[in-house]
Design a protein around this ligand. Structure first.
Ligand SMILES: *Cc1c(COP(=O)(O)O)cnc(C)c1O
Length: 504
């Protein structure tokens, strides 16, 4: 299987090269040329497998240069029992709320308590093998700009992985206290963290600038290093996410919840950069029986509008919400969906992306829009509704969910109200532990909420109030030693990098 670029039909590359490179030189994204196809018999066969076996099955179809042994090695290391609590990296929990039942796919049992672990625990292993396969004997330097969850998950995934170094920049005042502490206490010999005086855009722009800086690249090259990316545009981050949609379907079959051959399910996904829901779309294209993909957004509702009108318009106010990992106005992975829906029309996609770049807006043609409408619905809610939903699900079903998951639950409720589709089994994707956003979750469920308390006091109180367990990685954080307290001006980010790799 080869990979193509979304903006240039002439680009063809291997899986390993796509993973090492991260993004195509023209700014396009790498996509598989064809998708493997799974029959009902394949799903039945996967039903009795462990998660790692299901992952190996799916990965092997996309990574032809990897041997079965290598893939097994990668997935076993990524989803080891000591990393994911509870024995199943992606369990499905049935939640009954009034007369509706949701199947909640919990993707936050990994080391950083957010779904980014599902991909970022595996990516470093895929990357180190890919480096060898592309005959690259260099050390990969991973640069990350983060608004919170990605930075910590990438640090945890890459810590002490051979032939890699990782440096994370975060906006000094743009991440939650818990996220800051998670990053500043990071262990590992090959990791570094630095706050920048600026916002997330400054961090992101700074990282992009360093990536293409010829002098820095030359210096790294001469010293046996090269840049690589852990962003969600890397194919190596998307691929692991396809697995859990198959896994959820298999678990629902194993539980006797799905009983008919070909029985379709709905998928509801809290969405930011469009990576998670796109993986669900690919699973559907590969044969997973899916009825609707429901794209849930917060007040940054650019995708809801797009799915309702066919117009993508980022010219709008940016809202800082209580579901910050979805505070995004340019959903990068949408480009891959457009490439697929247009029948791999790289010219068309390049045109829209160019418009987005110059005017911040584009409108897809009627045929493309009709194809999107046939599969996707979009819905959004604001912070107040998000909190009300957390409270309602906790009081009604005894299930505590985080702010991002609550946005998805609300989108599902809107879908039900509009369509009356109660017959279709529905998987709601849960992307973070409620303890990662303890402040907002506590304020939603507690009558005695006091915003002035410390983050760890709120965590304790949430546990007492809801009789739920604090995940070990968060419980252990208070005792951990702070290792990183560096901060820099945005102009000095490349100096920080060069110091980290001992070239300055
Ligand atoms: C990153 C993230 C999302 C958004 O996922 P995308 O793949 O960017 O759409 C949702 N919830 C949480 C908790 C996240 O960390």
């Amino acid at each position: 299987m080869n990979y193509k670029g979304t903006r240039d039909a002439t680009i063809t590359t291997t899986a390993a090269q796509a993973i090492v490179q991260g993004i195509s030189k023209d700014g396009g994204l790498f996509v598989p040329e064809t998708l493997p196809s799974y029959s009902y018999a394949d799903l039945v066969a996967m039903k009795d497998m462990q998660y790692t076996e299901r992952a190996a099955r799916v990965l092997s179809d996309f990574l032809p240069e990897f041997s079965a042994e290598e893939i097994k090695e990668c997935v076993s290391a990524a989803y080891a029992a000591e990393k994911f609590s509870g024995g199943h990296p992606a369990p499905v929990v049935s939640v009954r709320n009034g007369d509706t039942t949701m199947n909640v796919l919990e993707l936050w049992h990994g080391p950083t308590c957010a779904f980014k672990d599902m991909a970022l625990q595996l990516l470093p292993h895929l990357l180190t093998h890919s480096l060898k396969k592309t005959k690259c004997d260099k050390t990969a330097v991973i640069l990350v700009a983060t608004s919170g969850d990605t930075g910590k998950a990438a640090l945890e995934g890459f810590k002490d992985v051979e032939n890699t170094k990782i440096l994370v920049f975060y906006p000094e005042n743009g991440v939650s206290p818990m996220q800051k502490r998670q990053m500043n206490t990071q262990e590992g010999e090959n990791v570094s963290v630095c706050a920048i005086e600026g916002n997330f855009d400054d961090a992101q722009t700074g990282v992009k600038r360093i990536f293409v800086d010829p002098a820095v690249n030359e210096k790294l090259n001469q010293n046996g290093m090269l840049f690589s990316s852990a962003n969600s545009i890397n194919w190596g981050r998307l691929l692991p996410q396809i697995v859990y949609y198959f896994s959820a379907y298999c678990d629902l079959m194993a539980k006797g919840i799905l009983t008919q051959e070909g029985e379709k399910i709905n998928l509801v996904v809290p969405t930011g950069n469009f990576g998670n829901i796109l993986a669900g779309y690919y699973a559907m294209k590969m044969g997973l029986p899916v009825n609707k993909l429901i794209c849930a957004s917060n007040s940054n509702n650019v995708l809801t509008e797009f799915l309702n009108t066919g117009v993508y318009d980022r010219n709008r106010a940016f809202h800082a919400t209580i579901s910050p990992s979805m505070d995004i106005l340019i959903s990068s992975n949408l480009e891959r969906l457009l490439y697929d829906v247009t029948g791999h029309d790289a010219g068309k996609v390049a045109g829209w992306m160019q418009e987005l770049n110059t005017t911040g807006r584009y409108q897809v043609d009627d045929e493309t829009f009709a194809k999107l409408k046939a599969v996707f619905c979009g819905a959004y809610c604001d912070d107040e509704t998000t909190k009300a939903t957390i409270k309602e699900v906790f009081q009604g079903a005894g299930y505590l969910c985080d702010t991002h998951t609550a946005v998805a639950v609300n989108a599902y409720e809107q879908y039900l109200a509009k369509t009356g589709d109660k017959a279709t089994q529905t998987v709601v994707v849960s992307t973070a532990s409620p303890y990662k956003f303890a402040d907002a979750v506590l304020s939603a469920v507690s009558d005695s909420y006091d915003s002035g308390k410390s983050e760890f006091e709120k965590v304790e109180e949430l546990a007492q109030e809801t009789k739920t367990e604090i995940p070990a990685p968060i419980a252990g954080l208070e005792q951990k030693q702070v290792r990183f307290q560096n901060r820099c001006k945005k102009e000095n980010m490349s100096d920080v990098l060069l110091q980290m790799v001992h070239l300055k």
